[in-house]
Design a protein. Structure first.
Length: 279
C-alpha cells in the first residue's frame, strides 16, 4: 500500500536528542514490494558523509530501490548507483580530490571509473537533480550520459561554467532543490530516507572572496531543504557542522559521521521494515 505523503516531519537527531517516531502508518511495510528511496543533498566536502550512510545501510542489509542526488550528493549517488556497491563507492569517492572538483575535471574522473556510462544501464534507478538556469526550476535527469548529468548538478554559478544539455543551460540542483525529497515522492517511494548536510551554515567563516557567493547559495539551499525535510519519513543528519564545505582533508571524518549517524537509526529502520536484528 502506498504511503500517504502528508506525514508530519520526524527529524532524527544524533545522540543526546530525543528521537521522534515516524507516523505509525509507515511501520511494517514490505521491503520486497515497496520502494525505499535514499535522497542525498548537497554538501561539497561534507558529502563524504553520504558514503558512510550508504556503507551502514548496506552493512545492515537495508534494501535501496531508488537513489536521488543533488549537487555533490548527485556525484555520490551516481558512483553508488553505477555498481550498487558501498565498497566501490568508497574507493572512488575517496579518490575524488579537491583539485578535481575545483578544476572541474569531473568528466575525466567519471570516465575513468564508471562501469556504465548511461544512467539507465545501472543496477538501481538514479535521478540526478539539476537546475534550468533560464527558468530556475528543477530539471531531472534519469537517463542518458551520467558524466554530463553529474557535471551539471555540480555547477555553482560564479565558480564554474554552466553545462549545455540539449536546449537547456544547467547548473547545480542545489539552487532549486538541494534535498530533492519531492522527487522521490513523485517516483512512487514508499519510504524516504533523506540525508541533510546543511547544519551550522550560520557559523560559516568568510575567509575567501568566493565564500560570500557560497554562503548565499547555502542560505537559499537551507531554506529549501527545511521545506523538503517535512516530506521525508526519516532524516539522517550527520555531525558535519564543523567541516568547511571546501575542506576535503576531512573526508574520512565526514564519512564516519555519516556511518555513525546511520547506525543510530538502524533499529528504527528495521522496525519500520519489520526486519529482524542481525546476529
Amino acid at each position: 500500500m502506498k504511503l500517504l505523503f502528508n506525514i508530519t516531519l520526524s527529524l532524527i537527531f544524533l545522540a543526546g536528542c530525543s528521537v521522534p517516531r515516524p507516523n505509525p502508518n509507515i511501520y511494517s511495510i514490505d521491503p520486497d514490494s515497496s520502494i525505499i528511496a535514499l535522497v542525498l543533498g548537497e554538501g561539497i566536502a561534507r558529502s563524504y558523509a553520504h558514503v558512510g550512510v550508504i556503507k551502514a545501510l548496506e552493512e545492515e542489509e537495508i534494501p535501496l530501490h531508488l537513489v536521488v542526488g543533488s549537487g555533490t550528493g548527485a556525484l555520490m549517488a551516481a558512483l553508488y548507483a553505477n555498481k550498487k556497491s558501498a565498497n566501490d563507492l568508497e574507493w572512488h569517492a575517496m579518490n575524488f580530490k579537491k583539485e578535481t572538483y575545483m578544476n572541474f575535471k569531473i568528466d575525466r574522473f567519471l570516465t575513468q571509473r564508471l562501469v556504465h556510462s548511461k544512467i539507465e544501464d545501472g543496477p538501481i534507478p538514479l535521478v540526478i537533480v539539476t537546475t534550468d538556469l533560464k527558468t530556475g526550476t528543477p530539471f531531472l535527469i534519469d537517463k542518458g550520459p551520467i558524466s554530463k548529468a553529474v557535471q551539471a548538478s555540480l555547477v555553482i554559478p560564479g565558480f564554474f561554467e554552466p553545462i549545455s544539455y540539449g536546449d537547456k543551460t544547467l547548473v547545480s540542483g542545489e539552487i532549486s532543490n538541494g534535498l530533492p525529497v519531492d522527487v522521490a515522492i513523485h517516483r512512487g517511494a514508499d519510504l524516504i530516507i533523506a540525508v541533510d548536510l546543511m547544519q551550522g551554515i550560520e557559523s560559516y567563516a568568510f575567509r575567501r572572496e568566493k565564500d560570500i557567493t557560497l554562503q548565499s547559495y547555502k542560505i537559499t539551499s537551507s531554506a529549501l531543504t527545511k521545506k523538503q525535510l517535512t516530506q521525508a519519513h526519516l532524516v539522517i543528519q550527520p555531525e558535519v557542522s564543523k567541516i568547511d564545505f571546501f575542506d576535503f582533508s576531512r573526508k574520512r571524518e565526514a564519512m564516519l559521521a555519516g556511518y555513525d549517524a546511520t547506525k543510530k537509526m538502524i533499529p528504527e529502520i528495521r522496525k519500520i521494515l519489520n526486519l529482524q536484528e542481525k546476529d
